[in-house]
Ligand binder design. Structure first.
Ligand SMILES: [Zn+2]
Length: 472
C-alpha cells in the first residue's frame, strides 16, 4: 500500500510518509466567523473530512485541527451594525464576540448536517494569545520580525529577511502584491505583513490584549502557525485549505513557522473552489449558494454526495440541476443497501480498485465509479436470485468510508427518504427485469414492464450508464 498526494508546495505527487509512524496529523484552515458559510467553506470541510476518514480506514491514527478565527477586522466591522435577534425580534448591536459565537454555531450546524466529523481539536484564536506572544518574540529574536517604525504598535514580519519567501506559491517577492493590513509607512517593505495589530481608537477595548509590544490583537496568519505548532508539533504531515488561501495566508504561515525553526507541513493540499454555472460565486453578482439553500432543496445525503463527488483539486461547478442528479445517483446506492442490510458489517472491506483510487491522491471520481459498478452488479445478482452478499458488504464499506451511510435511510416510511428508497428499489428491480427480457428478445415481457411503469406515472430514461426514473 502506497498512499500518494499532490503537494502544492512542490507541484508534484509524492508518496505519503508519516512524520510519526502510524499517524497522520492534519491542520486545515477553518472559518473566519464573520458571517454565514457559503458552500465553498463547506466543500473544504468535507474534502478534509474525506481525507481523514480514508487515512483512518488505512489504519493511521489521525489527528485533525481546524481553527476558528474569532477575532478579525471584518468581525469588528460587522458587529458594529445591528442584526435581528431570533428570540426577541429586536435589532440590537452585537458584541464582536457574540457575533463570532453566533456564526461559529451556524458553521457547526452545517458541518453536522452533512456528517462532516468534528476535528480532533477546534481551537479559537482568542484562546491562544500566549502561544502567539511566544512565536512573535521568537521571530523578533531571530531577526525575522520587528515592531512598526511608526507608533502604531504593530509588529511585522520582514519578508526580505527570508530568501525563500514566496516559495510555497512559486513567486518572487518583486512580483507580489503589498500586504494591505496596515499603513506602509510603518513597514520596511510594503509586503511585510502584520503579526500583531496595535489597538486603534474606536475599537472595542475587549478586542485587545496587553502584549510586550503594546495593546492590540493578533494578525490572521500568525494564529494558524501558533495553533498548528501547539496541537500537532513542530513538523506535521498535511496542511490543507481552499485554493484561495494559498496566498498570502499559507505563504505567510509557512514563512513564520519555518524561520522559527520548525519543519511545519510536509504536504500542502488545496481544494478547488465552487463556481455557479462557470462563474465565480460572489455576493456582488448575487449568485452565492449557502448550505442552507442546498439543504432546503435536497436531503443532506444528496448534498454531501454532490459536494464530495468531484476530485478535490478540481473546480466544482454548481448548476440548478446538480442536486437532483446527485440525489438520483446516491439514492441508487441507498436503495441497494436497503435491500441487503443483513450483509452490512463493521468489518466489511472496500474492493482493491476502490482503495487504489483513494490512495492515489484521493481519487474520489474513480472510487465512485467502482462503487456504482458494484451496485449494478449487486442488483443484477439479486434479479438472478443470488444473495449479492459480496457486493452488499463492499458497497456498505465504501459508502461508510465516504461518510454517506449515516445519512442514509434503510427502511420505514417515517420520512420521504425511506419511501423514495423503497420505491427506487422496486423500480430498479423492474428495470433490471426489463433489461433481461430485452436481452432474451422477449419483447412482449419488456413492453409489459414498461407499460406497468408508465401506468404508475413513472417516466423512464435510458442512458449509457443505465436507466433513471422520475415521477410524471
Ligand atoms: Zn490558516
Amino acid at each position: 500500500m502506497t498512499i500518494r498526494f499532490y503537494d502544492s508546495a512542490t507541484s508534484t505527487i509524492r508518496d505519503f510518509q508519516p512524520v510519526h509512524p502510524g499517524e497522520a496529523r492534519i491542520y486545515y484552515c477553518g472559518a473566519t466567523v464573520q458571517g454565514a458559510p457559503h458552500i465553498g467553506h463547506i466543500r473544504s470541510g468535507l474534502v478534509f473530512d474525506q481525507l481523514a476518514r480514508w487515512l483512518s480506514y488505512r489504519g493511521l491514527k489521525v489527528t485533525t485541527v481546524r481553527n476558528v478565527t474569532d477575532i478579525d477586522d471584518k468581525i469588528l466591522v460587522n458587529s458594529a451594525s445591528s442584526y435581528e435577534d431570533s428570540y426577541t425580534g429586536d435589532h440590537p448591536r452585537e458584541e464582536w464576540w457574540a457575533l463570532a459565537y453566533r456564526f461559529e454555531k451556524i458553521f457547526g450546524q452545517a458541518y453536522a448536517a452533512l456528517n462532516i466529523a468534528p476535528p480532533t481539536y477546534e481551537p479559537r484564536a482568542t484562546g491562544h494569545i500566549p502561544e502567539m506572544f511566544a512565536l512573535i518574540q521568537r521571530l523578533i529574536d531571530r531577526g525575522y520580525a520587528y515592531p512598526a517604525l511608526d507608533d502604531s504598535g504593530d509588529v511585522y514580519f520582514d519578508v526580505r529577511s527570508w530568501p525563500q519567501y514566496g516559495s510555497l506559491t512559486h513567486q518572487s517577492i518583486d512580483d507580489m502584491q503589498d500586504a494591505p493590513d496596515a499603513d506602509p509607512r510603518g513597514k520596511r517593505d510594503p509586503r511585510d505583513f502584520a503579526l500583531w495589530k496595535g489597538y486603534k481608537q474606536g475599537e472595542p477595548e475587549t478586542a485587545s490584549w496587553v502584549s510586550p509590544w503594546g495593546k492590540g490583537r493578533p494578525g490572521w496568519h500568525l494564529e494558524c502557525s501558533a495553533m498548528a505548532g501547539k496541537y500537532l508539533g513542530e513538523t506535521f504531515d498535511i496542511h490543507g485549505g481552499g485554493l484561495d488561501l494559498r496566498f498570502p495566508h499559507h505563504e505567510n504561515e509557512m514563512a513564520q513557522s519555518q524561520v522559527a525553526g520548525y519543519g511545519f507541513a510536509n504536504f500542502w493540499m488545496h481544494n478547488g473552489l465552487v463556481t455557479y454555472e462557470g462563474e465565480k460565486m460572489s455576493k456582488s453578482i448575487g449568485n452565492t449558494v449557502s448550505p442552507e439553500d442546498m439543504l432546503a432543496a435536497a436531503r443532506p445525503l444528496a448534498v454531501r454526495y454532490y459536494l464530495g463527488q468531484a476530485h478535490y483539486r478540481s473546480v466544482l461547478d454548481y448548476r440548478p440541476t446538480s442536486l437532483d442528479e446527485a440525489r438520483v445517483a446516491v439514492e441508487r446506492i441507498e436503495a441497494f443497501l436497503a435491500k441487503t442490510q443483513s450483509y452490512h458489517s463493521a468489518s466489511s472491506v472496500v474492493p482493491a480498485a476502490f482503495a487504489e483510487a483513494m490512495d492515489d491522491d484521493l481519487g474520489i471520481p474513480q472510487a465512485l465509479a467502482v462503487l456504482h459498478e458494484k451496485v449494478k452488479a449487486g442488483n443484477a445478482a439479486l434479479v438472478a436470485g443470488s444473495s449479492a452478499e459480496t457486493e452488499a458488504s463492499e458497497v456498505y464499506a465504501m459508502a461508510k468510508v465516504l461518510g454517506l451511510v449515516e445519512l442514509m435511510n434503510f427502511g420505514g416510511s417515517a420520512d420521504t427518504g425511506g419511501e423514495h428508497a423503497a420505491l427506487d428499489s422496486l423500480i430498479q428491480t423492474m428495470l433490471a427485469q426489463r433489461t433481461e427480457a430485452r436481452a432474451a428478445k422477449d419483447w412482449a415481457k419488456a413492453d409489459e414492464i414498461r407499460d406497468a411503469l408508465a401506468a404508475a406515472g413513472l417516466t423512464i430514461k435510458d442512458g449509457t450508464s443505465g436507466s433513471t426514473w422520475s415521477l410524471g
